[in-house]
Design a binder for this molecule. Sequence first.
Ligand code: FES
Length: 104
Amino acid sequence: MKPYRNHVFVCQGKRCSAKGSEALLDTLKERVKELGVKDVKVSKSGCLKMCKETDKEAELCPTMVVYPQGVWYKNVTTGDVDEIIEKHFKKGEPIDRLAHFKLS
Ligand code: FES
């Protein structure tokens, strides 16, 4: 087995779930498969705690984090999926308008 180039964790905590994170997870998995992106692993996670980042709970939801770059995305929708795949996963260019933190 080759190691994955990117490992993505899509939050399925209750605040993100209330804002569509299950559909986001399903769409991301489907599109990665359909586009033949074999070196990216998509996983679900529990609460990533970004929902506690602001005074307004869930303001940043749905959230996801992409490693190894450590890019934390906020307010991601199913409409953002293809752009994330094309720019971040394939070209290594994080999407600035969706990024909340970048560790590298
Ligand atoms: S429920 Fe998703 S960050 Fe907390």
